[in-house]
Ligand binder design. Structure first.
Ligand SMILES: Nc1ncnc2c1ncn2[C@@H]1O[C@H](COP(=O)(O)OP(=O)(O)O[C@H]2O[C@H](CO)[C@@H](O)[C@H](O)[C@H]2O)[C@@H](O)[C@H]1O
Length: 645
């Protein structure tokens, strides 16, 4: 293996044993899938999509791609009046942590024209500003809606790829072909067996992987097929908890995803080596490590770039250190995944705390790190929000950015939603009242159009602040309100929801389970959506709620703080401003106070309430904005040499 070259400073503290450490129980690694790769390389390389080199890169771009003067103009369309440009967001220390889209001002015009980065293309009647630089993009993810979804990761990986494909990129999404033995298996009915088998060597044996494929909405949806993805439950577990072999299952996914661009002739052509890999959350975290450790030393994927996309830092894929030898990585890369628990977190006196941490491996090997909101990109560099990775993430601050998620505005559209009782829009809100009545009827609540209806949708998890809701419910139920919850997860809270429903028959409904149509009906029928999340990397439900004229009351954290604006009745010369309420700190009392202010506004200040609803409904939450920001990060990453070559 070639000596490791890292193009930017990488603290030895963070990479302590790289190059000389051997993992516990280590054995030589066989490179099964890769052998095939080398054979197919010539063909794959020849088919790589053309990419112009550093065209448009002005000379003053600084190391780390944080140069604002050059980058902020990158998205101008060169036509003078239609383009958007990115204005950078910096934190108190001056580090770039996110971007704002702003209309192109006169001062940017000249630069944008010089760079000539985009072109106007008329696609299906929509005059879009498209980038000239088209990439081959590979999303690797444990879930992608509508094929699989347990939460927001599925939503994002089901819709951002479509937005990027719509902007001219060649986009593949690689995720498992789950068969759970239920109706959801039908989701994969359109995917055909590509009749391409590869062998992956991991966990002490050779595993045969098949690929299924569906081309839909401009995206190559590639499904990795292996018997371990065929079982009852959901992608991660069943009624008994998380599957014990998740590390194995997602190791397979990562190996398969690295092979897919090289071996799958999708539409007649492989994606080739010049890909941008977006590794979403820990499940895909081995992808950047494999690129660096398994492929690049052999000259493969030299021009690829990898992005570690963090949707939730609380889940890192931590396993006992002996697992390392199972991952199909060279022994000398153990340091990349090495993780030592602090003394207080060890279970007994002889516990050395040694573990492997897949997400850590992704952070230290990927070219850039992305999170799903600007606020969260800062929070994860703090002790409170960093889940032990804050120092590591701080060390990569120059390549760490937050891009706020968009939403699928076709699926979440109150004027065409197939799941709701009546359609409506900001111009005619009458249908929303019908949706509320229909929801009350469906759930067996008293039909009371004027009674404020509060909704909650989400995983019943510590993250979502469900304990705060539980604690506050008795007090909230003293008010004249109705409260509807939809969620599944921790059995403690599932049982509590059932109990609360029987205690407060006229006011409370707790729907235990995962049900997308009901989630749409609650979003449309509720007046207020409650999100007391302890942390929230972005949050999608508040975006859906605002689009449906349902006013969010949220804890001021992460993406919630970035996307909801607290109502101010005095702003704009008394006409008001804001789309909801943000409360802080996260406590029962501050949450109840915020709900009471919202309920009071709903009851006694109808005009203000309508203003809040309409401002939320009129905000642009489409993926287009986020996709443009992703392109900016892609551009920076391709300007820089690979982080590890
Ligand atoms: N019982 C149920 N029935 C039907 N639908 C249900 C449901 N429970 C949840 N959902 C749906 O699942 C999605 C949840 O998305 P969120 O972004 O709110 O949270 P999640 O924590 O899963 O995602 C993580 O990743 C996303 C994406 O980046 C980040 O926004 C977020 O902050 C981060 O925690 C929504 O579409 C919601 O409607």
């Amino acid at each position: 293996m070639e000596p490791l070259r890292i193009n930017r400073i990488l603290s030895t503290q963070l990479f302590p044993k790289l190059g000389n450490a051997n993992p516990p129980g280590s054995a030589p690694i066989r490179q099964v899938g890769f052998a095939r790769t080398l054979r197919g390389r010539r063909k794959a390389g020849a088919l790589t999509l053309a990419r112009s080199d550093s065209r448009g890169v002005s000379g003053d771009v600084q190391e780390g791609s944080s140069s604002s003067s050059s980058s902020s103009s990158a998205l101008g369309n060169g036509k003078g009046e239609k383009g958007l440009v990115l204005g950078e967001e910096r934190d108190a220390s001056g580090s770039l942590v996110g971007f704002n889209l702003t209309p192109q001002s006169g001062s940017h015009k000249g630069v944008a024209t010089d760079r000539g980065q985009e072109e106007n293309v008329d696609i299906e009647g929509m005059n879009k500003v498209l980038p000239k630089l088209r990439h081959s993009i590979v999303f690797v993810t444990a879930e992608a809606a509508p094929y699989s979804k347990t939460g927001g990761l599925g939503d994002v990986c089901g819709s951002l790829p479509i937005a990027l494909a719509g902007r001219g990129h060649r986009v593949m999404v690689v995720s498992p072909r789950y068969l759970h033995g239920g109706p959801a298996d039908e989701n994969f009915a359109g995917a055909v067996d590509l009749d391409c088998r590869i062998k992956v060597f991991c966990f002490g044996g050779e595993q045969e992987i098949a690929f299924f494929h569906e081309y839909r909405e401009g995206v190559d949806w590639v499904f990795v097929d292996h018997p371990s993805f065929h079982r009852l439950g959901n992608p991660y577990g069943d009624g008994h908890g998380a599957f014990g072999d998740n590390q194995f299952r997602f190791t397979l996914l990562c190996h398969a995803a690295c092979e897919a661009p090289l071996v799958l002739p999708l539409g007649g052509y492989t994606y080739g080596e010049k890909c941008l890999f977006l590794a979403n959350d820990w499940h895909a975290g081995l992808v950047p490590v494999l690129l660096a450790a398994k492929y690049r030393p052999h000259g493969v994927y030299k021009d690829a770039r990898s992005f570690c996309v963090i949707h939730n830092l609380a889940h890192q894929g931590v396993e006992p250190a002996v697992t390392y030898k199972n991952l199909g990585l060279p022994n000398e890369w153990y340091g990349a995944l090495e993780w030592v628990f602090p003394t207080w977190a060890r279970t007994h006196a002889l516990d050395t705390g040694e573990a492997v941490n897949v997400l850590k491996g992704a952070i230290v090997t990927s070219d850039r790190v992305l999170t799903v909101s600007k606020g969260y990109s800062w929070e994860i560099t703090t002790v409170e929000g960093g889940y032990g990775l804050n120092q590591l993430l701080s060390s990569r601050k120059s390549v760490l950015n937050g891009i706020t998620n968009g939403i699928n505005i076709s699926e979440w559209n109150p004027s065409s939603d197939e799941h709701i009782a009546c359609h409506y829009s900001a111009d005619d809100l009458s249908g929303k009242a019908e949706c509320k009545i229909a929801l009350q009827k469906e759930l067996g609540l008293p039909v009371r159009p004027d009674c404020p209806l509060i909704g909650f949708i989400g995983r019943l998890d510590y993250q979502k602040g469900i304990d705060i809701i539980r604690w506050a419910t008795a007090e909230l139920m003293q008010d004249d309100i109705q409260f509807v919850m939809l969620g599944s997860g921790d059995p403690l809270y599932e049982n509590w929801m059932r109990e609360a429903e029987s205690t407060y028959r006229d006011k409370f409904r707790g729907w235990v389970g995962f049900n997308v149509p009901i989630s749409h009906r609650i979003t449309a029928g509720a007046d207020i959506l409650l999100m007391p999340s302890r942390f929230e990397p972005c949050g999608l439900n508040q975006l859906y709620a605002m689009r449906y004229g349902t006013v969010p009351v949220v804890h001021g954290t992460g993406g919630l703080r970035d996307t909801v604006r607290t109502f101010d009745p005095y702003a704009n010369e008394g006409s008001g401003e804001g789309t909801g309420w943000i409360f802080t700190p996260l406590s029962k009392d501050s949450m109840i106070s915020a709900i009471r202010v919202a309920v009071w506004t709903y009851r006694d200040h109808k005009a203000s309430w309508e203003g809040i609803m309409k401002r939320g409904m009129q905000t642009d939450y489409s993926w287009e904005n986020a996709a443009i920001q992703y392109e900016q990060v892609f551009e920076w990453a391709t300007i820089d040499p690979p982080y590890i070559s």
